[in-house]
Ligand binder design. Structure first.
Ligand code: GPV
Length: 834
């Protein structure tokens, strides 16, 4: 047992509450200390990698100090916290973000400059924390950022994958995956907590409690340990520092002394080797569920450790368990953490001895659930036999949750067997399946979609009957948002300086409503020129990045037309590349004089395909094949370039997004729940070419329809088109037919490679309606081109758009969640020297 001090804590407290001095000399001292004492280097043997590490560790010291103050304070005042449970946090880099948050960027630039380093190069030494696939994981990162910046007491909970999102290489035009060994070098942005470790059981059998109908003892000797790593989340311009607690898996099988003593060292720790696997790797699926057993075990390890930790913190308050919902709100980021619901029930009933009804009341008042998709292939379902084998107790609890729910519904709607079948948490298939979205819905007091149209759609489709049963008020909308810290202030310094100039200070970074003031600058010729110069500089930065990552030279004076996101049929990168092929065809028909008159264009793609998603991988190959032909066609020159930037990531996005003239968000109407990069592009002064889908719609409403290029069929028309195309051949217009023809004439290499992509349209029912939307898509492209020719109008669109983007700050989203779902309040850290 560690001993506690014999005097009160005032002596140390004053030191811990006064900030480390912010002057350059102190910073330099601390960097050198870390260089020598943490990394055993001397100033004579410093390189950029160690300059980064030493600087990062000195920043980390400050963050950890504030981390302590924040949590000490929130504990002291008994603040209610929100816990954002997510299997993904796509954080990206932290160093620059932390420097800006702490207001120490200039100081570090000076310190590093004094030894001849440039801060930008040092920043480039950091590897992304890529613990997520795409939008869902990045949203979680923006949300914890907003919680910290707005002083909400909130933590993220997630998994510490040893290998994050795979790295994408392009070989011979194909995607090749390489492991993301991001932890091979020291990670300054995590703090290991060996003392915060929980056992997590799997398999085993149940023993019924003779005294209670609902209580069981769950016995198993397959036990893993989940150990916490804390990732501090810097709050911009505030003392508050948030936290993401990530679990890492070990076994707790006792060190086998017998084996060790007999010389079997490897065998003595053998359990640990096998157990590592649970948090070894992030599943690289976006919007798909492949139903792997290992993933289910990952999900449970995560949920169990998180629920144990939340309850451990709650018990320290000595308040009765019925008050848990007054101190904790838990948000489920999609269905992936839904096992948290039966896990909390299990602990409350089996370990704490509460009755079913008490436990259920506490659970449903604590949890809320966000749905992020309606794609059927993404809906999580787990076979009952699999769950029963791995988590027998939870399977029993889920059966009971379902039974009581169905009994209630039967009372409400007597005799409606069909209704009971439709809403049952257990799907009566062979084998039976647990529908996780229904479990999450029944276990929560609020369910939300992520954009207005999406929240409407889920009320009319998957949750239609639940709205009828549980009431309209439970189903709400919380339109996504993005962090203005990372997605403007950090990634677009020149435009940020202009905004700061107009607003008068940098307060817009934490209050995006202030960008409205840009509208007052519309007529200011000088301002408009500097605005465009900022965009131009960003385009040059991207051109440079394209050259170093692909070897392709592009003109920064061309129109930059960008589509970057996960490769998915519903996102329709295929439609985009078909239109590029058609454009290439048109250009080839023209005389050199006619081509001179065209708006030069660089079409930029980036994005990863899930490793097992064959069609998506063929789309990447097609894009690269088209790029190769077009880019080497001397007749075409700079009038058209096609680029696939490899290994899309948060850090790549920070270079790509600020450089767009137009960006494409062209999902089949009704399929993209929200989209968040659409918000980032417009916030950075780019214009959207998009469908009437997801958050595109609300962006259009906010910035005005003149500022956005919409095309394509509407969500409510999709069903009829699909129905028609199930029984009728699609009729591609002549433009789309031309693209097919060019591919089939081997213009881009062996046509056979791409025939399946054409077949999906011509023989596979064209589920994503490319043939339907193509004509209006081509028309929209023409409109974009005409608008771009009128430079003055374009600049006006750009400034107006940014000025009207306040709604899409994740600070707004988080405030709405805080007020309408979590019932928590900002708690800025007070009473200290920082
Ligand atoms: I479910 N999303 C994602 O990135 N991965 C997933 O597995 C699932 C959803 C995305 C949606 O596709 C986007 O429309 C949305 O903007 C984003 O989640 C955040 O809500």
């Amino acid at each position: 047992q560690p001993k506690t001090p014999s005097k009160d804590d005032s002596e140390f407290r004053d030191y811990s509450h006064s900030e480390i001095s912010r002057d350059v000399a102190t910073i330099k001292n601390s960097v050198v200390m870390h260089l020598t004492a943490t990394f055993l280097r001397t100033p004579a043997s410093i390189d950029s990698a160690h300059a980064y590490l030493a600087s990062a560790f000195s920043v980390r010291d400050r963050l950890l100090q504030r981390w302590n103050l924040t949590n000490e304070y929130h504990d002291k005042i008994g603040a209610k916290r929100v816990y954002y449970m997510s299997l993904e946090f796509l954080i990206g880099r932290t160093f620059d973000n932390a420097l800006l948050a702490l207001g120490l960027r200039q100081e570090y630039s000076k310190v590093l400059g004094d030894v001849g380093f440039c801060l930008e190069d040092i920043i480039d030494e950091e590897r992304d924390a890529a613990l997520g696939n795409g939008g869902l994981g990045r949203l979680a990162a923006c949300y914890v950022d907003s919680m910290a910046c707005s002083n909400y007491p909130g933590w993220g909970y997630g998994l510490r994958y040893k290998y994050g999102m795979f790295q994408q290489q392009i070989l011979n035009g194909y995607q090749v995956e390489a492991p993301d060994c991001w932890l091979d070098s020291p990670n300054p942005w995590e703090f290991p907590r060996p003392d915060v470790t929980y056992p997590v059981k799997f398999y085993g059998h149940l023993v019924r409690d003779p005294h209670s109908e609902h209580r069981f003892k769950w016995e198993s000797n397959v036990v893993y340990d989940a150990m916490a790593f804390d990732v501090p989340v810097p709050g911009y311009g505030t003392t508050n520092v948030g936290n993401i607690r990530l679990w890492s898996c070990k076994t707790n099988t006792l060190f086998d002394l017998n084996k060790f003593n007999s010389g079997d060292y490897q065998g003595a720790t053998g359990g640990q080797v096998a157990a590592q696997i649970l948090t070894d790797v992030l599943y690289p699926n976006d919007n798909t569920n492949d139903g792997k057993e290992l993933r289910l075990r990952q999900e449970y390890l995560f949920c169990s450790a998180t629920m144990q930790d939340i309850l451990a913190r709650f018990r320290k308050t000595n308040r009765p368990l019925s008050e848990l919902p007054d101190l904790a709100a838990i948000q489920l980021n999609d269905t992936h953490p839904t096992l948290g619901v039966p896990e909390l029930m299990r602990i409350l009933i089996d370990d704490e001895g509460l009755s079913w009804d008490e436990a259920w009341d506490i659970t449903t008042r604590t949890f809320a659930f966000t749905n992020h998709t309606i794609l059927p292939e993404a809906m999580e379902k787990w076979p009952v036999p699999m769950l029963d084998k791995i988590l027998p107790r939870h399977m029993g609890i889920i059966y009971d949750i379902n039974l009581f729910f169905l009994q209630k519904v039967e009372k409400q709607f007597p005799g409606d067997r069909e209704l009971l079948n439709k809403i049952s948490i257990i799907e009566e298939s062979n084998p039976q399946q647990v529908r996780m979205a229904f479990l999450a819905c029944v276990g929560s007091h609020k369910v939300n979609g992520v954009a207005a149209i999406h929240s409407d759609i889920i009320k009319q489709t998957i949750f239609k009957d639940f709205v009828r049963i549980q009431g309209e008020d439970k189903f709400i909308n919380k339109t996504n948002g993005v962090s203005p810290r990372r997605w403007m202030n950090e990634c677009n310094p020149d435009m940020s300086d202009l905004i700061t100039e107009v607003v008068g200070d940098r307060s817009w970074v934490n209050d995006l409503t202030k960008v409205k003031q840009l509208e007052g600058k519309l007529e200011d010729v000088n301002f408009r020129e500097r605005w465009w110069a900022a965009k131009q500089k960003n385009k040059e930065r991207l051109a440079e990045y394209i050259l170093t990552t692909t070897g392709i030279k592009v003109s920064a004076h061309a129109l930059f037309d960008i589509q970057v996101k996960r490769i998915h049929e519903y996102k329709r990168q295929l439609m985009n590349i078909f239109s590029v092929i058609y454009r290439y065809h048109l250009l080839k028909q023209m005389s050199p004089e006619q081509r001179e008159q065209e708006v030069p264009r660089v079409v930029i793609f980036a994005g990863k395909a899930a490793s097992g998603y064959w069609v998506a991988k063929q789309v990447i190959k097609l894009i690269n094949s088209v790029a190769e032909v077009v880019n080497s066609d001397e007749e075409i020159g700079d009038v058209l370039k096609v680029v696939f930037i490899p290994d899309y990531s948060v850090t790549a996005a920070e270079v790509i997004i600020p450089a767009s003239d137009i960006s494409q968000h062209i999902s089949t109407a009704g399929t993209e729940a929200s989209g968040t990069s659409n918000m980032k592009f417009v916030l950075n002064g780019g214009i959207i070419l998009g469908t009437v889908d997801g958050a595109n719609i609300e962006i259009g409403e906010e910035i005005g329809e003149e500022q956005i290029f919409f095309f394509g069929c509407l969500a409510h028309e999709v069903e009829d088109f699909r129905h028609y195309l199930r029984f009728n051949q699609p009729k591609p217009d002549s433009a789309l037919q031309t693209a097919f023809d060019m591919i089939q004439r081997n213009t881009f290499g062996d046509a056979q490679l791409f025939q399946p992509l054409i077949d999906a349209i011509m023989r596979g029912g064209d589920v994503y309606l490319l043939s339907v939307d193509f004509p209006s898509y081509i028309e929209a492209h023409k409109a974009v081109e005409e608008a771009y020719r009128n430079h003055d109008e374009w600049v006006t669109k750009s400034i107006l758009s940014v000025a009207r983007m306040a709604k899409f700050s994740s600070d707004r989203s988080i405030q709405e969640y805080a007020e309408e779902v979590w019932n928590i309040e900002p708690q800025p850290v007070l009473n200290c020297g920082l």
